[in-house]
Design a protein around this ligand. Structure first.
Ligand SMILES: Cc1cc2nc3c(=O)[nH]c(=O)nc-3n(C[C@H](O)[C@H](O)[C@H](O)COP(=O)(O)OP(=O)(O)OC[C@H]3O[C@@H](n4cnc5c(N)ncnc54)[C@H](O)[C@@H]3O)c2cc1C
Length: 419
């Protein structure tokens, strides 16, 4: 007996595709889910160091703000429809209780990403979603009032409605190779050039690489424009590596360096580490004066009694042009200012990024202006919906990207039901 044709074909069984397929099926649609690789939810399995930081403790408005002004405007509705709290409730109902962790993160209580992936998979199957593996869609075409999907191997699948959930193009070995970008461009849609984001940064500076292995847990990382204006900041740990800098702080702020690298130009902002985030410049200068006033003229670096790794302190001294073995009572006012400045804004020269192979997400994708945020339907192309990372949406580390994938999937699934 031939199977009845689907109401909806979802392409890509990642976080967004699985959620969208499962939810649309729950809402009564016949759903076919096409996945290129041999398994579903590969990035979910790899996420959060295999623990899967599946959402955030933040409320919907705060979470949306972390996607920048355009992302915030687009996601506002979706995050109201499916706030982080509702994602937790859904996973709880699917048998995956969750726990809170530092930095506003939410993980499965088991600590196993596999439980999250399996729950999404089981939810889809329970609703009757047909999942076909090793089905690489090679082309998307308009076909009458619907869409045709050409599958590798020659088969074409027709569908009145198609949800594209192919993700970005980072970690290509997980199946995400940016296949949908040319399809969307050919349909005349505006695309924002994809670049790696949430990616470790490369610095060829010897002094940076020499600090490899040192982590700054309490750092504030800033992007500083040439006129001193702070373009962005993130209070998250930073880590020096043998290739440059990594950790959530620098990775969260990596996109401008990726854009500059992509366009083969110098970046218009500098990466600065505030290694004394608990104190103002003024307080640091007072600390120096107090150190100088102490008897015995101790070595300045020691007398400052800062909880900063010694070698990072030495790097700040070098940047300020102050000798590391200077005596506390010989520090002149200009040097005091320079040192306080270097401690609050240790400038890390950046030469590029580790690229798509090491990027947790792709920045860029389908321009948000092309999509109705209330339905995730592409404007002017009936029956075509786009969700998840394929959209020009990227949030910082902390469960925000899964949250955006789930929320856009939820909105799309509800919209399909209404048609
Ligand atoms: C190492 C790593 C760790 C991460 N950790 C976290 C974390 O802890 N928290 C968080 O919020 N985010 C994390 N992310 C980001 C998160 O994984 C993504 O933002 C999220 O998976 C995007 O969901 P998506 O469904 O849009 O795309 P994906 O999950 O990437 O899914 C896309 C799917 O489409 C399939 N596909 C691609 N092309 C085709 C085709 N032509 N035909 C058929 N199928 C196709 C792919 O095989 C894939 O299964 C991490 C990412 C990485 C790489």
């Amino acid at each position: 007996m031939a199977l009845r044709p689907p109401d909806l074909v979802v392409v890509g069984a990642g976080a967004a595709g699985l959620w969208c397929a499962a939810r649309a099926a729950e809402l009564g649609r016949r759903v076919l889910l096409l996945e290129k690789t041999t398994r579903v939810g590969t990035k979910v399995l790899a996420s959060g160091g295999t623990h899967c930081n599946l959402t955030t403790t933040l409320g919907p408005a705060e979470a949306a703000r972390l996607f920048g002004p355009r992302g915030e405007r687009f996601l506002k509705h979706a995050l109201r429809v499916l706030p982080p709290k509702a994602v937790r409730e859904r996973f709880h109902a699917l048998g995956v209780p969750t726990v809170e962790a530092p930095w506003e993160k939410i993980f499965p209580a088991s600590g196993r990403a596999r439980d999250v992936r399996d729950a999404l998979h089981a939810w889809a199957l329970a609703g009757g979603v047909r999942i076909r593996h090793e089905q690489a869609v090679r082309r998307l075409r308009r076909d009458g009032s619907g869409w045709a999907l050409d599958i590798e191997g020659g088969e074409s699948i027709l569908a009145p409605e198609v949800v594209l959930a192919l993700g970005g193009k980072s970690y290509a070995k997980t199946g995400t190779t940016g296949d949908a970008y040319p399809w969307l461009a050919e349909l005349g849609l505006r695309m924002v050039r994809p670049v790696p984001a949430l990616v470790p940064l490369v610095s060829r500076a010897g002094w940076v690489q020499d600090l490899a292995g040192i982590a700054l847990e309490g750092a504030v990382v800033r992007l500083v424009a040439p006129d001193g204006r702070v373009a962005a900041e993130r209070a998250r740990p930073a880590l020096f590596t043998h290739l440059g800098v990594s950790g959530p702080g620098p990775m969260d702020l990596s996109e401008p360096f990726a854009r500059a690298e992509d366009e083969r130009r110098a970046c218009d902002v500098a990466l600065c580490l505030d290694v004394c985030a608990g104190e103002t410049q003024e307080e640091l200068r007072e600390r120096m004066l107090a150190a100088a006033a102490r008897t015995g003229a101790p070595l300045l670096a020691k007398a400052l009694e800062l909880e900063v790794p010694r070698r990072v302190l030495e790097a700040a001294f070098a940047q300020a042009g102050v000798a590391a073995d200077m005596r506390a009572n010989t520090l002149a006012k200009p040097a005091r200012h320079a040192l306080a400045q270097a401690l609050k804004a240790l400038r890390i020269p950046i030469d590029g990024t580790r690229g798509f192979d090491f990027a947790e997400v792709t920045a860029g994708g389908l321009d948000l202006a092309e999509v109705d945020p209330g339905t995730c339907r592409v404007r002017g192309l009936p029956g075509l919906l786009v969700v998840g990372e394929l959209l020009d949406l990227q949030g910082p580390i902390g469960g925000l990207n899964f949250q955006a994938a789930f929320a856009t999937a939820e909105v799309a699934a509800a919209s399909v039901k209404q048609t």
